[in-house]
Design a protein around this ligand. Structure first.
Ligand code: GLN
Length: 488
């Protein structure tokens, strides 16, 4: 197991069908889950039997010398807000504890078609609302680097699984930072694609104008491979965009010479941990050393992004979550006397405190008399945030910022203060408001906890985002560090 686990897929692939079978690779990962997940608790459901069956089918194809699909045998984990046919999909909520979808999300279906083997479903903050995975209705996940720290969230299970060698890659969802922030805190690579790049069909909706599915992986190349498999227009999601899907891995090695990298002043202000600032500015200097042209830019609306996001995200959530009423699916309170108490009790018993808080905030923001002042105003500010980014991208090709203002926090440290928790995403949220692609790559450590560099690009320019991240990664060795747990 130790020889195989923790090596990127692009290094292993050539061995498949030679000195390595899919079965061996999948068993190594199932062993790692067995060995580490008791401590990390990344998974809500492990689908070992299905994974073994899929591995057998792929080995048969190998034996017949059939051409291999691009991700053949890659053991992956899927965030539990993505529908999986015949496999429980809880969204980290008691209200969906025993919900079994009759279909696969498009992203999951495309991963399977590409030959990836799904190991199971990972833990998350309930309905993806949170930044630490402590809002899960089941249990918190732990950071594999330091088990008394959070893995970030809401895709904390996916990030922790990849960091702990319990999956080679994973799918997450990112509404305000939920792929990039946990990737950062767990020392792995995580990418949020442009809004519309990946189909959201089968992703349980949180805030539909912000939600986007993306990959978490050990390095940038693996991340590009997974993105390739899941990208592209899907007639079942009208917001997925009909634009060509480039070959993401093909241009990774193009380098950054002459590329203009913007460093937005506002992302290095108050609230940023000094050691994180250091690590990120060092990373910018590495890019400069590789020939990039670094230039300071400004994003004056940054300070309004967080409140704007929490108005829009909560408003959309309050509408999206109206469907959990005990009628069509999910939990139904046994204590209901009539239709009204069926709704009220089901929701009171089924949802956790953070979800209830957001439904109330969102309902308030949308209600008569407040709509103009809150929801409409937030939409207007959202436009201003996007214009700020547009202005930056007239001058530079990408932006480089910290992913998270701090290198992690302890379990329990922020659970009693929602505003502190919301601040965890202050640098990732503006990117969702503007619908842009963003990646987090490891760029150092503070007290044994990983730090991440965020690279943000123009709409549908994942190619440049990946290229910059790859150039940085290849010039450093942060992505080769493995967590202590995993080294045994
Ligand atoms: N932490 C942010 C929130 O709680 C973002 C979550 C996400 O991206 N799903 O809303």
């Amino acid at each position: 197991m130790r020889e195989l686990v923790g090596r990127p897929y692009h290094e292993l692939r050539a061995r498949l069908g030679k000195d390595l079978s899919v079965r061996e690779l999948v068993e190594a990962y199932l062993d790692a889950i067995e060995a580490f997940d008791g401590q990390v608790r990344a998974y809500l459901t492990v689908t070992a039997d299905q994974a073994r069956e899929q591995a057998r089918a792929l080995d048969d194809r190998l034996a017949r010398k059939e051409p291999l699909p691009p991700l053949a045998g890659m053991p992956v984990a899927v965030k539990d807000n993505l529908c999986t046919r015949g496999v429980r999909t809880t969204c980290g909520s008691r209200i969906l504890e025993s919900f079994v979808p009759p279909y696969d999300a498009t992203a999951v279906e495309r991963l399977r078609e590409a030959g990836a083997v799904v190991l199971g479903k990972t833990n998350l903050d309930e309905f993806a609302m949170g930044s630490s995975t402590e809002n899960s209705g089941f249990f918190p996940t732990r950071n594999p680097w330091r088990l008394d720290h959070v893995p970030g969230g809401s895709s904390g299970g996916s990030a922790a699984a990849v960091a702990a060698g319990e999956a080679l890659a994973a799918l997450g969802s990112d509404t305000g930072g939920s792929i990039r922030q946990p990737a950062c805190l767990c020392g792995v690579v995580g990418l949020k694609p442009t809004y519309g790049r990946v189909s959201r069909y089968g992703l349980v909706a949180f805030a539909s104008s912000l939600d986007q599915i993306g990959p978490l992986a050990l390095d940038v190349r693996d991340c590009a491979l997974v993105l390739q498999a899941i990208s592209g227009r899907d007639p079942r999601d009208s917001t997925s965009v009909e634009v060509p899907v480039p070959n993401f891995a093909a241009s990774l090695e193009a380098g950054v010479r002459g590329l203009r990298v913007g460093v937005p002043t506002e992302f290095f202000g108050e609230g940023l941990q000094p050691e994180v600032r250091h690590a990120v500015l060092d990373a910018v200097r590495v890019l400069e050393g590789l020939g990039a042209v670094v230039e300071e830019v400004t994003l004056p609306t940054l300070e309004y992004a967080l409140p704007t996001y929490y108005l829009i995200a909560c408003a959309e959530a309050s509408s999206n979550l109206a469907r959990y009423d005990g009628v069509a699916y999910g939990y139904r309170s046994p204590r209901a006397r009539d239709l009204y108490t069926l709704y009220a009790r089901t929701r009171a018993e089924g949802f956790g405190p953070e979800v209830k808080r957001r439904i109330m905030l969102g309902t308030f923001a949308l209600s008569a008399g407040y709509y103009e002042g809150f929801y409409k105003k937030a939409q207007q500010v959202r436009t201003l945030v996007r214009r700020d980014f547009d202005r930056c991208f007239e001058k530079v090709d990408v932006l480089a910022t910290p992913t998270s203002p701090v290198a992690g926090f302890r379990l329990g440290e922020r659970t009693t203060d929602p505003l502190q928790m919301y601040l965890a995403d202050v640098y990732t949220i503006p990117v969702n408001l503007a619908g842009l692609p963003g990646i987090s790559v490891p760029c150092g450590f503070v007290d044994g906890l990983p730090v991440g560099l965020q690279v943000v690009g123009r709409p549908f320019d994942e190619v440049t985002v990946l290229r910059v991240a790859y150039a940085y990664e290849q010039a450093t060795d942060w992505h080769r560090h493995r967590c202590p747990l995993f080294r045994g």
